[in-house]
Design a protein around this ligand. Structure first.
Ligand code: GUN
Length: 281
């Protein structure tokens, strides 16, 4: 058996062209959606992600504004910028690209974003609403994963889902979203003992570890659905967290890297930004 590839590039292209039409209609009503991104420091991956987000915004008709700060910027300066954007009526979405440099407390800074503009869904407020099942903005990577799964009409209810990784960006929110859809969710992490015993029992595996080719064929049950959130450099190559070339012969569905979850994250950010702008109607 070879797994069906869950093509995030194709699905995100479809979503983006649909968003473009909706943004056009909203713009004609006098509201041009605007997304402001704060980037601090010189992290190369972050620069690529951010330029992708700005480029996609512009492609859709969303105004994308980048606010770039040097590595050593103080927290006060960044918070001042966020407050300015909170107060600016033309700004609908604000995103602080992570990771931030070491001296900055990420959650403290992200929490300064006004909840109605938290299109990345990472403030304590947004995560709280997600937890109680009343999400306003769902964080973009987990939202993109759910969309990929739903696009294949895969049933989530009653399935055993194993999430590897407990980050605030992916592991925790995707666990909550799967739980909300009535999966039985196990969250594994670096201190989990006998990881394989958990993953071998999983109908759905979400690998968000940050280590190239971490999830091996022997860890996967035949017919499992495998979602790879990894984006690692393996020598000169981009590699996911899943040993794709082997696992694809065991799984029933699998996401590629690149071209799986990554493009979906950007599409979901655009969708959230449109939602934030529409709230102004
Ligand atoms: N860094 C990597 N992925 C993300 C994301 O989805 N949002 C933010 N803010 N930073 C990230």
């Amino acid at each position: 058996m070879t797994a069906r590839i869950m093509d995030g590039r194709r699905l995100s292209t479809r979503i983006i062209s649909d968003l473009k039409k909706k943004v056009g209609i909203l713009s004609k009503k006098g509201i041009v959606p605007r997304l402001d991104i704060i980037l601090v420091g010189e992290d190369n991956a972050s620069k690529i992600y951010v330029s992708n987000k700005i480029r996609t915004s512009e492609q859709i008709g969303i105004k994308g504004e980048l606010h770039k700060f040097p590595e050593k910027t103080s927290k006060e300066k960044i918070i001042r910028e966020i407050k300015k954007l909170n107060a600016n009526e033309k700004v609908h979405g604000i995103l602080v690209q992570l990771p931030l440099p070491q001296h900055l407390d990420e959650q403290e800074i992200v929490d300064k974003i006004e909840p109605s503009k938290d299109v990345d869904g990472l403030t304590t407020y947004s995560i709280g609403r997600l937890t109680t099942g009343n999400a306003n903005f769902e964080s973009c990577t987990p939202k993109g994963i759910i969309r990929l799964i739903e696009n294949e009409k895969i049933k989530i209810e009653g399935r055993n889902a194993v999430v590897i990784g407990r980050s605030n960006i992916v592991g925790k929110p995707i666990s909550l979203m799967l739980l909300r859809r009535n999966a039985t969710v196990t969250i594994c992490h670096s201190k989990t003992k006998q990881l394989q015993e958990h993953t071998k029992n999983a109908d759905i595996i979400i690998a968000a570890v940050g280590r190239a080719n971490f999830l091996k064929e022997a860890m996967v049950k035949k017919g499992a659905i495998v979602i790879d959130v990894g984006m690692n450099r393996d020598g000169g190559k981009i590699a996911g967290d899943v040993d794709f070339d082997k696992v694809k012969f065991k799984a029933s569905y699998i996401t590629p890297v690149p071209g799986g979850v990554g493009p979906m994250t950007v599409a979901m950010l655009m969708e959230n930004t449109l939602k934030a702008a529409r709230a102004k109607l």
